[in-house]
Design a binder for this molecule. Structure first.
Ligand SMILES: C[S@@+](CC[C@H](N)C(=O)[O-])C[C@H]1O[C@@H](n2cnc3c(N)ncnc32)[C@H](O)[C@@H]1O
Length: 310
């Protein structure tokens, strides 16, 4: 299970009815897009999960109860140790087919090169799709839970966030999708500086809060996404807590990896711009995607295309 600080952060978020109800609604919206005739059943599971999780923190922040409830949900409700359970089959199909295809289509317009390092590749679903699409793909992660579909690709397991064992200038672009907020604050400068040596470009996807005043994709996302419009009315603290609970639910429960490092280092788009610049990457383009359709776990997403400075 994740560290005490992460558990307390999640527990705090679970004590806010506004946060819990928003995240419950966003998870159900995503699941209804993918679970077809099992939609009602999966929504019952989601209700059960959020009811049990929030009840476990009703009388005060209690990390031990959170671990107990999460463990029981993984074992009895989402049955993550049973790949043949229908939830896990549909989830796996999504991760190996629909999600890589959706990401691949988006990446085609954003990737500034053919040699790619997928940093924090996770299950490797996207790396496998990129390789099939003609890219030369290298992968790395601190954990190794790659699906079989990605196991033929070069992979180095990292001993730490900054231990990225690929040579300088060995790829065109570092792909960093939903990873930076998993990196401990003190490690972040070192990670960005190391990636800057390995690749001239970085393509980053992050869950973000505090909507920018303007930017590519923002007006269209606000027009078409009711979830984003509600999110935008929340205080910044509440928005952060929403990101925390979505991240916890998606990684620890739906994906079934509660041991994932979850410092929840979320930032606004302008904060990311500053941190990246301080460490040698300039954001050349930022594309606001929000709570995009076509993703099972929706969050407030932004894409950042960065180029090495100097
Ligand atoms: C939410 S998953 C994203 C996986 C994949 N990039 C994707 O988009 O599906 C975050 C990944 O970052 C990895 N990760 C967590 N902490 C890390 C760290 N300190 N350094 C490098 N990777 C880390 C995790 O192991 C996990 O695979």
């Amino acid at each position: 299970m994740t560290q005490d600080h992460a558990l307390r952060t999640v527990a705090d978020a679970l004590r806010s009815p506004t946060v819990v109800e928003f995240v419950r609604a966003s998870v159900k919206t995503g699941y209804r897009e993918f679970f077809g005739t099992s939609s009602d059943e999966v929504c019952r599971m989601v209700d059960q999960a959020f009811n049990q999780l929030s009840r476990s923190q009703r009388d005060g922040v209690d990390p031990n109860r959170l671990v107990e409830v999460t463990t029981a949900l993984l074992r009895d409700t989402f049955r993550k140790s049973d790949p043949s359970f229908w939830f896990n089959q549909i989830y796996h199909q999504y991760k190996t087919e629909a999600k890589p295809e959706a990401d691949f289509q988006r990446l085609g317009t954003l990737l500034p090169g053919k040699r790619v390092l997928d940093y924090g590749c996770g299950s490797g679903y996207l790396a496998a799709r990129l390789a099939r699409g003609g890219y030369q793909v290298f992968t790395t992660d601190v954990l190794d839970y790659r699906y079989q579909e990605a196991q033929h690709l070069p992979f180095v397991q990292m001993a730490s966030a900054t231990d990225i064992a690929y040579p300088d200038d060995s790829v065109d672009v570092a792909l960093v999708l939903a990873v930076l907020h998993h990196i401990n604050r003190d490690d972040l400068p070192g990670v960005i500086q190391r990636l800057r040596k390995i690749a001239r470009y970085a393509l980053i996807k992050e869950d973000t809060y505090g909507l920018p005043d303007h930017g590519e994709g923002l007006v269209e996302s606000l027009r078409t996404q009711p979830l984003l419009r509600t999110f935008a009315t929340m205080t910044l603290d509440t928005q952060r807590q929403v990101l925390v609970l979505i991240d916890f639910f998606a990684n620890a429960i739906a994906q079934g990896i509660p041991e994932m490092n979850m410092p929840f280092e979320f930032k606004t788009v302008s904060e990311w711009g500053q941190v990246l610049l301080q460490n040698g990457f300039q954001v050349k383009r930022s594309l606001f995607a929000g709570f995009e359709p076509g993703l099972m776990h929706k969050s407030c997403h932004v894409w950042l295309v960065c180029e090495r400075t100097g």
